[in-house]
Design a protein around this ligand. Structure first.
Ligand code: GLN
Length: 197
């Protein structure tokens, strides 16, 4: 049985849990989606989602709860991990605008700028083009980080806002600037979880 864990220390956790459950249902897969707070819960895990929220807080709490190193190790070993917004920041190898104590999983070969969108456009919705679907997806951007550079050929763009890359995939990893869990549309979760099963 599939076990999906949403890192549940801060941020929009319940929205991701609901979206992942709905996606599993739509894929016709039986599985559970758990609120992941402790390293013990990583036992038997099939995929991990890191939600949006505040990356400085998520980072601190992942360290305090002993999750940062085990999750990094699982990611290195090929466990599927999807990070949205603050979750993308957690996955990234290089982060512009990080605080000095902020720790990252540093798995995804991208450079992101944490608060790049600036004040007046710090939250907006816009149609995003997905690599795996013909219909546009409503991208919800909330004080989003910006992917400013892809650092290797391993990273493939999977989502665009105009001609800018706003979502990437690298082997087992997906990182998105926007929040797919804040829409009723589960195409992104289905794409991610479709790779797990
Ligand atoms: N700007 C936030 C951060 O740095 C991310 C915002 C979000 O996840 N909605 O953590």
């Amino acid at each position: 049985m599939v076990k999906v864990g949403v890192i549940g220390l801060q941020g929009d956790v319940s929205e991701h849990i609901d979206a992942a459950k709905k996606a599993l249902e739509n894929l016709g897969v039986s599985g559970e989606v758990v609120w992941l707070r402790k390293p013990e819960q990583l036992e038997g895990i099939s995929a991990i989602i890191i939600p949006g929220g505040e990356s400085t807080t998520i980072s601190r709490l992942m360290v305090e709860n002993g999750l940062l190193e085990p999750v990094r190790k699982l990611g290195e070993e090929g466990l599927p991990i999807m990070g949205t917004c603050a979750g993308l920041i957690m996955l990234s190898k290089e982060v512009i605008g990080a605080t000095s104590e902020q720790k990252f999983l540093a798995l995804l070969d991208v450079r992101v700028n944490r608060n790049a969108y600036g004040r007046q456009v710090d939250s907006f919705e816009a149609p995003v083009k997905l690599a795996f679907s013909d219909e546009p997806f409503t991208g919800v951007f909330i004080r989003a980080p910006r992917i400013v550079e892809l650092l290797s050929d391993r990273v493939k763009p999977i989502a665009w806002l105009g001609d800018r890359v706003v979502g990437v995939e690298q082997d087992n990893l997906i990182g998105l600037e926007f929040h797919p869990e804040l829409t009723e549309d589960t195409r992104v979760h289905e794409y991610f979880l479709g790779n797990v099963i």
